[in-house]
Design a protein around this ligand. Structure first.
Ligand SMILES: Nc1ncnc2c1ncn2[C@@H]1O[C@H](COP(=O)(O)OP(=O)(O)OP(=O)(O)O)[C@@H](O)[C@H]1O
Length: 593
């Protein structure tokens, strides 16, 4: 990936500093200008002293002749100090604003891409980029502004020396060219080494997140040490990149430490020669000595160059996240309809693997279709493409005749409700977890006048409880001391109870299409039968697509789609398909597993 998008991202982040960036730039410029004027003021004060000594000795008028130059110098010192203090504040605030902007963009983008993002990056990688790398990229404003303003004293010193004596300026320019060459090489190498360091950091975080997800398995297997070694496997690479960074810094530091005093000595030597030849005054030599120190201060840009280099490689890693496009939604509303789902010659591919091949089927509005097939046959892939959690590579999915790609984000997400095998519960309380996703919605997702589910009603406690009742979650939630107000993270729930809350959320949410992807696998058979009755009873006004492993679920459905190796092997009622030994074998395999 070229570093240009990363540089553009940094430029946009830096601009987020707004007035604080302006304040940072103003204080840096003003401070640099005051720094630049200070040697001349001090030089004038020294020349005034020399003049007075030569003419009058230390008489009473000596003080009055010195007042002007000394006052100027004192004011300039005060200005430098004030600029430094305000500069620190402005740098902090503009950096924080840049980081805040970058972080909001990363988080919003990651969530808008959704599950697609985790196909490209692990959770640990994303978290490292949204945390550490955002901070690194956010430190750019101060580094860029301060490094840029170091050019002012350098250029100003050249001009000032040229005014004092052109030979002094020529000597300084030669030294500065050397310093710039050192800085450029340092910046290039540091950017590369920082990228490697950040990559290794991300890998460690990614593996730690993975290990935490399987913490119970690790404890049960007693492989904690082994796992720690696996998580820390990139450590030698991290160390190598870290050492490379320090070596680069040390080498550039040594180069600067040699070049800068040599440059100062060279300018002073030339100045001394010019003084003895009568081409300079003592005050001018003093001013020249100060100017060369100021000009050579460009060497201190090293620290800022390192920061900019780290920020560039961090921004490059953020750009890689932004390069994953979010799904594009259309702007068509959904016309009223019964919720008929149709797949036309749908092929789904992920990471080069074909998950579904030429699948065509129709689920008539208000009916229930069970999707069965052996493990790995493509059931979850079919469930995902049916509600546009993924897009097909080929073919079209339509809801009430409208291709899913053309439907707007809001109407689509209002129309389709999903429940999964391992639901994630969002919201502060169990009540909110069931109502999750309803708050921002209006009632445009209705299917017809007589089945209007106004969101006000859906949002109401009654609707949440009705959904929880259908999912057989209401009773166990109400038994908890705080009932629906129980904090979701603290509720002691079994796998089956969590699934029931997930089902309740889907029931409350689905406007016209309800997709259950293995969402009842942890329910006992009695509870599953009860939820099954709700699916064919109170929820029968919605179209239902149910990934099923149990015979009872398939038997309750209006039709069954039998998948085999990503293709539809047969469609029909459970009774008709049951005659096929291959179909019966699907359930035997499930029971055996
Ligand atoms: N992102 C992916 N990249 C590559 N292969 C994938 C991806 N997602 C799924 N697969 C593979 O595609 C096949 C179908 O997966 P899918 O999850 O749809 O099957 P399934 O019928 O739901 O299985 P199960 O009943 O075990 O949940 C599997 O072989 C799976 O390994």
């Amino acid at each position: 990936m070229s570093s240009r998008p990363a540089d553009l991202l940094i430029a946009r982040a830096v601009r987020r500093g707004g007035p604080w960036l302006a304040a940072l730039t103003a204080t840096a410029l003003l401070g640099a200008a005051a720094d630049l004027m200070l040697p001349a003021a001090l030089g004038r004060a020294v020349d005034a002293v020399v003049r007075i000594q030569a003419r009058d000795g230390a008489g009473p008028e000596a003080g009055s002749g010195l007042t002007g130059p000394l006052t100027t110098a004192a004011l300039l010192v005060a200005l430098v100090v004030a600029c430094d203090a305000l500069g620190v504040l402005a740098a902090g605030v503009s950096g924080a604003r840049a980081a805040q902007w970058l972080r909001s963009r990363v988080v919003a983008h990651t969530l808008s891409v959704g599950a697609g993002m985790t196909r490209h990056f692990t959770a640990g990688e994303i978290v490292t980029r949204a945390g550490v790398n955002v901070e690194e990229a956010g430190r750019t404003p101060e580094a860029v502004v301060t490094a840029a303003t170091l050019i002012i004293p350098a250029a100003g010193s050249v001009v000032a020396l040229a005014l004092i004596d052109p030979w002094l300026a020529v000597t300084l320019v030669a030294g500065l060219l050397l310093i710039v060459a050192v800085l450029r090489a340092f910046m290039r190498r540091t950017t590369a080494a920082s990228g490697g360091y950040q990559q290794a950091q991300g890998e460690i975080a990614a593996m730690l997140v993975g290990a935490l997800a399987g913490a119970r398995t690790i404890t049960a297997a007693g492989t904690e040490d082994l796992e720690a070694a696996r998580v820390l496997a990139p450590l030698p690479r991290l160390r190598a990149h870290g050492l490379a960074l320090w070596r680069l810094q040390a080498r550039a530091g040594v180069q600067a430490a040699v070049v800068i005093p040599l440059l100062e000595i060279a300018v002073l030597a030339v100045g001394g020669l010019r003084l003895s030849a009568g081409g300079l005054t003592v005050g001018e030599l003093l001013a020249a000595a100060r100017y060369v120190v100021l000009g050579a201060g460009l060497g201190s840009a090293l620290g800022y160059a390192a920061r900019i280099a780290r920020a560039r490689s961090a921004a490059l890693r953020l750009e890689q996240l932004f390069a994953v496009p979010p799904p594009a939604y259309g702007d068509r509303p959904l016309p009223p309809g019964p919720g008929t789902l149709e797949l036309r010659d749908v092929t789904v591919r992920a990471d080069g693997v074909r998950l579904l091949s030429g699948v065509s089927l129709v689920v008539p509005g208000g009916t229930c279709t069970a999707v069965v097939g052996r493990s790995g046959s493509g059931k979850s892939s079919l469930a995902a493409v049916a509600g546009r959690l993924v897009d097909p590579e080929r073919g079209t999915v339509l809801l009430d005749g409208v291709p899913l790609r053309e439907i707007g984000h809001e109407p689509l997400r209002r129309a389709v409700g999903y429940a999964f095998e391992r639901p994630a519960l969002f919201g502060d309380t169990l009540g909110e977890a069931v109502a999750f996703g309803l708050a921002a919605r209006d009632d445009a997702g209705k299917r017809s006048e007589d089945t209007v589910r106004s969101v006000d009603a859906a949002r109401s406690e009654d609707a949440v409880r009705a959904a929880a009742g259908a999912a057989r979650a209401d009773a166990f939630i109400r038994r908890l001391p705080l009932g629906y107000a129980t904090p979701a993270g603290e509720a002691p729930m079994s796998g089956g109870e969590i699934q029931r809350v997930g089902l309740a959320r889907a029931f409350a949410q689905a406007g016209r299409l309800l997709i259950l992807d293995d969402a009842m696998s942890s329910l006992d058979t009695v509870t599953e039968r009860q939820v099954g009755r709700a699916l064919t009873g109170s929820l029968s006004d919605r179209t239902r697509l149910v990934v099923a492993h149990r015979v009872t679920t398939a038997a309750q459905a209006d039709q069954v789609v039998w998948l085999d190796n990503g293709r539809v092997r047969a469609t029909g009622t459970h009774e008709r398909l049951w005659d096929d030994p291959g179909y019966r074998a699907v359930f035997r395999a499930e029971e055996a597993s």
